[in-house]
Design a protein around this ligand. Structure first.
Ligand SMILES: NC(=O)c1ccc[n+]([C@@H]2O[C@H](COP(=O)([O-])OP(=O)(O)OC[C@H]3O[C@@H](n4cnc5c(N)ncnc54)[C@H](O)[C@@H]3O)[C@@H](O)[C@H]2O)c1
Length: 326
């Protein structure tokens, strides 16, 4: 099969590319390297069994010509390219909206013209500021005002979902929407505010480990290889078309406890300190207190369940950061 992965040089995309190559697919990557990197694809490029089936195009999903060529030759499309990460969104507000809304529309338009099945990577951010758990796919959503720019990411992913569903309803385009909850693993960078690599890098460097707010906000984490298994499982399952699925872990932990666990696992003597959101983000910043998925829907359809527990995830991320010398 020929697979197009937009954002394939990114964190999740590069792991997905390797999984598709491992099962014998030809993989086409379209990535502008804004937050991704060719280094993420080095292993696949250097593996003689996969190198000849990996084709990397450094370009934007906003380039219609390139998108047309690649969508035309591929059988299925995993659309992962996006402006990602709260910090990146706050630093690049206009570009983020353009890439996440116009870019996704273009991907859907070309998939529709060529009748190609497409999986859209959405986000748990779409749920907004819920306090209840677990979050179910057809829950209501609650956002802050438009003056609080962090919600633009959630709203852009929400528009991606509406647009994908509208294509499905009006043109019969086979679309699958996946709401990813915090995904972690090797190659994720802490540079754009991702919590585990940021805290682990601080602990390993012997710097203070900084937790925002009161640290009582909770998250679940999923290992990237589990997420990749969920994505390929959904793409391969005819029953997934036209549907939305949560993909995430089930072990809820507060960020303060996470920081303590990371310092213990790294053997670091770094102190864990709370810093107010105002010191790290613009004044009007709002965080989500809780984000826990129900994964019953995907479990019922494909049998997916995450295999990697939090301690194993942390061990792998810490080992990766040590190896890269960060
Ligand atoms: N990592 C998570 O926890 C998480 C959670 C929810 C949703 N997601 C979604 O999963 C997808 C992948 O995220 P990731 O964590 O791998 O982040 P990432 O930043 O590593 O990957 C995004 C990739 O898209 C590329 N990109 C950005 N703009 C582009 C453009 N205009 N044209 C072509 N390529 C472009 C980047 O260079 C990068 O390689 C995103 O759609 C993201 O919204 C991720």
């Amino acid at each position: 099969m020929r697979v197009l992965i937009t954002g394939g040089a990114g964190f999740i995309g590069s792991h997905l590319a390797q999984a598709c190559l491992a099962r014998g697919d030809e993989v086409y990557v379209l990535d502008d390297l804004s937050t991704g990197s060719l280094e993420n694809l080095r292993e696949a490029k250097e593996n003689p069994e996969t190198a000849g089936r990996l084709f990397v195009h450094v370009d934007s999903i906003l380039n219609d010509q390139r998108l047309m060529e690649l969508t035309g030759i591929c059988d299925v499309v995993f659309h992962l390219a996006a402006a990602v990460g709260v910090r990146y969104i706050l630093d690049n507000p206009l570009l983020s909206i353009r890439v996440n809304i116009q870019g996704t529309e273009k991907v859907l338009e070309w998939c529709s013209k060529f009748r190609k099945k497409v999986l859209i990577a959405s986000s748990s951010e779409v749920y907004g500021k819920h306090l209840h758990a677990p979050l179910v796919e057809d829950d209501n959503i609650i956002y802050g005002p438009t003056s609080r720019f962090r919600w633009s990411y959630a709203a852009s992913k929400l528009m991606d979902e509406f647009t994908a569903l509208a294509y499905h309803r009006t043109t019969g385009l086979p679309v699958i929407i996946v709401r990813l909850f915090n995904t972690v693993g090797p190659r994720q960078t802490g540079a754009y505010g991702m919590v585990i690599p940021r805290l682990a890098a601080q602990a390993l460097a012997g710097e203070p480990v900084t937790v925002y707010g009161d640290g009582k906000q909770t998250r679940t984490f999923t290992y990237v290889e589990d997420v990749v298994e969920a994505l390929t499982g959904l793409m391969d399952h005819p029953g997934a078309v036209g549907e939305i699925f949560n993909v995430g872990g089930t072990e809820e932990i507060s960020i303060h406890d996470l920081a303590l666990r990371i310092t213990a696992m790294t053997g670091s003597s770094s102190p864990v300190g709370l810093i107010p959101y105002e010191s790290a983000f613009p004044k009007e910043f709002e965080d989500m207190r809780r984000r826990v998925p129900s994964i019953e829907k995907i479990r019922a359809l494909t049998g997916f369940t995450p295999k990697t527990g939090l301690d194993a995830i942390l061990e792998k991320v810490i080992a990766h950061i040590k190896a890269r010398g960060a």
